[in-house]
Design a protein around this ligand. Structure first.
Ligand code: GLU
Length: 415
């Protein structure tokens, strides 16, 4: 996965005319931490897993990024995803750097008390390198508000009341209104802005979504509320389609009860891997990385892809899609709504003040509209696709901030 994020970075670095040395400096993480987690399961047997935190770049502010609890989590994933966070926070214009981490465990096989122990042991191991002005974790795949609440509690035991150490907390524990839906809401705004450029609106499109977790389900609901017709949804256990449009609120209720879209009566079942090539106008990959590959890219039928997941498109697939004229709003722009509302949450924690929901959604909309326009302007300026433009913008902002911190004698520009 690291190779993929470097591939996209290098395309942008070519556009910016950056030399090898500066490229190396920009992609190398500042710190990579790997810790052993040993604790007990509920039966008293030992649990053994490994936790990671990569702090990639803090030129624009404290390190920021989620924690993913997934068997595939390793140093390579943490570092690749941390790189993406650095460019993402820069594109959104929020005052953070980039980080990512997690644990190589599967929460689906663990009880809540086991998950709690594993989480707390992890935080105990990394507490010296996180903090409200140092590195601020957040939810990612398989982590949620409840886990963030435990992190705040564990950290605060040692350092005193510290709500700003983590974002995505429960609203009852200094979390922000609107944070849970923020990434999905941002995806909806990104899709709306990209469609506007094509002379269309959300009302005009049919939508296929891969993933019905925090990102996919909220994106589906909000796009549906704007008149978009969600005709296919897949998760890792099943898939459901309906040409007339799925009843998303009913599907959300079903999924909350059953843990999957599988078995939902409001549509027909289909093979989930076909969702990528479903005949829909808009495709939203909102699951894991590597969803659109060289094996299925040639068969994608959507004309617009909006990436809810991080890294869903491999470089080879990306080139195929570009050749075919399919427009992609890349992850580091499309899913930036999550970290944007994380910033609002952190700001509220520091201010010890609560913002109303309409202020949050209003500010989020402004950030997404501004970020999309800035990326599109770079795309026009440099005659490149939106992904390359997003990386150019992110690298440019980070590079300029880094230079502004140091008197570098040799001239380096990020134009
Ligand atoms: N995990 C989310 C992401 O990939 C959110 C990160 C955050 O809020 O810090 O953007």
């Amino acid at each position: 996965m690291l190779e993929d994020s470097h591939y996209y970075f290098n395309k942008a670095a070519d556009v910016l005319g950056l030399g090898d040395h500066i490229r190396e400096i920009l992609i190398t993480p500042r710190r990579v931490v790997k810790v052993e987690i040993v604790t007990e399961d509920d039966a008293g047997e030992l649990i053994h897993c490994v936790g990671f935190r990569t702090q990639h770049n803090d030129a624009r502010g404290p390190y920021k990024g989620g924690l993913r609890f997934h068997p595939s989590m390793d140093e390579d994933h943490a570092t690749a995803l941390a790189n993406l966070m650095t460019w993402k926070t820069a594109i959104a214009g929020v005052p953070f750097g980039g980080a990512k981490g997690g644990i190589d465990c599967d929460p689906h096989t663990m009880t809540k008390t086991e998950l709690n122990r594993v989480t707390r042991t992890f935080i105990e191991r990394i507490k010296e390198i996180i903090g409200p002005t140092l590195d601020i974790p957040a939810p990612d795949v398989n982590t949620n508000a409840e886990v963030m609440g435990w992190i705040m509690d564990e950290y605060s035991r040692d350092y005193g009341f510290s709500p700003g150490v983590v974002t995505g907390k429960p609203v009852d524990l200094f979390g922000s209104l609107g944070r849970a839906e923020a990434t999905g809401r941002g995806v909806m705004y990104a899709a709306r802005e990209a469609l506007k450029d094509q002379g269309k609106s959300l009302k005009d499109v049919t939508v296929a979504i891969q993933g019905f977790g925090n990102v996919g389900s909220h994106a589906a609901r909000l796009i549906g509320e704007q008149g978009g017709k969600i005709i296919a949804v897949a998760d890792h256990l099943g898939a459901v389609e309906n040409k007339e449009g799925l009843d998303i609120p009913a599907l959300v209720t079903w999924t909350a009860e059953h843990g999957t879209v599988n078995g939902f009566a409001g549509g027909g079942a289909f093979n989930g891997s076909d969702v990528i090539t479903w005949p829909a106008d808009l495709l939203i990959p909102a699951a894991l990385e590597g969803a659109i590959t060289e094996d299925n890219a040639a068969d994608v039928q959507a004309t617009l892809i909006v990436e809810g997941a991080n890294g869903p498109t491999t470089p080879r697939a990306n080139e195929i899609l570009l050749d075919r004229g399919i427009v992609t709003v890349p992850d580091i722009l499309a899913n930036a709504g999550g970290v944007t509302v994380s910033y609002f949450e952190w700001a509220q924690n520091i201010q010890q003040f609560r913002w109303e929901l309409d202020r949050i959604t209003g500010e989020l909309e402004k950030v997404m509209v501004r970020a999309y326009a800035a990326v599109r302007d770079v795309a026009n300026e440099k005659s490149v696709d939106l992904r390359t433009a997003a990386f150019v913008l992110g690298v440019r902002r980070v590079g300029r901030a880094a230079l502004a911190r140091q008197p570098i004698r040799k001239t380096i520009t990020f134009d």
